[in-house]
Write a protein that binds this ligand. Structure first.
Ligand SMILES: C[S@@+](CC[C@H](N)C(=O)[O-])C[C@H]1O[C@@H](n2cnc3c(N)ncnc32)[C@H](O)[C@@H]1O
Length: 241
């Protein structure tokens, strides 16, 4: 295990992140549980250790290239699946109050097991659809940051995510490949939901073939009450021009 934790520490160092022994052990335990649970449920197609470190852990943390996480108090990860990117972010930045939301209960069971085994506090899981928890009195417009990876196209995803973000906060989707067309298609959805695209940072993820794009969308105005529409609508009929 020492060799593996040293590898995790080195790879995070390349991103300018200094990990404690405890944090590297928590990430290793997360990896171990991911592989164990993956043998009886579908969590990830990636199970080889160095690939998990690069394609899940380093990728999740690549947000530090565009955002100072010390400026963030709370975040929600929408469609977190096996916890990416929200759970590695919580382990590396323990001051964060984190909500992990997913519509598949089996994945929530897995996340709860990781949280219990690693002893993390200040993190909650929600089993449900993104469209159902951004209602007034629930989790509407309370987060500094919303992140999401591999969940939906940007127009749909904006309707899932922007209602969670407080004015002045940010929504940063993890996209892959070229996103120019997707950004164009999502432009009016982002505007309608109170967002403004500030920038899009593209880079190759080291040690993998992933071309990552991180889009910074600022919440500049309140989200109209009618959004998000009822569950299923944002994906069936995405908001567009
Ligand atoms: C391809 S997986 C990606 C998981 C993780 N974000 C990652 O990058 O590894 C998509 C996840 O989004 C969840 N999801 C899709 N639509 C959702 C919705 N409307 N509300 C909540 N979760 C949703 C699915 O259950 C699934 O776990």
């Amino acid at each position: 295990m020492e060799r593996e934790t040293a590898y995790i520490i080195d790879e995070m160092h390349k991103l300018g992140i200094s990990l404690t022994e405890q944090q590297s052990e928590q990430l290793y335990e997360y990896y171990r549980l991911l592989v164990e649970w993956n043998s009886f449920m579908n969590l990830t197609g990636i199970t080889e250790f160095s690939e998990v470190v690069q394609k899940h852990f380093v990728d999740s943390l690549s947000i530090v290239k565009v955002k100072n996480m010390n400026d963030v108090d709370n975040l929600i990860d929408v469609g977190t699946g096996a916890g990416f990117p929200g759970l590695p972010l919580k382990i590396v930045f323990p001051h964060l109050k984190v909500t992990l939301l997913d519509s598949l209960n089996k994945r929530i069971d897995f996340l709860n097991a990781v949280i219990e085994k690693t002893g993390l506090t200040g993190i909650e899981t929600i089993h449900g659809r993104a469209e159902d928890f951004a209602k007034p009195g629930l989790k509407r417009e309370i987060y500094d940051l919303c992140v999401s990876r591999a969940v939906a196209n940007l127009a749909t995803l904006s309707e899932y995510c922007l209602p969670y973000v407080k004015i002045g906060g940010e929504f940063i989707p993890y996209k892959s490949g070229e996103v120019a067309d997707e950004l164009q298609d999502a432009k009016s959805a982002v505007f309608l939901l109170g967002g403004k695209v500030e920038s899009c940072e593209n880079f190759d993820l080291p040690g993998s073939d992933i071309h990552r794009s991180l889009v910074r969308i600022k919440k500049v105005g309140g989200c109209p009450k009618k959004y998000p529409r009822k569950a299923g609508m944002p994906s069936k009929v995405p908001l567009h021009t």
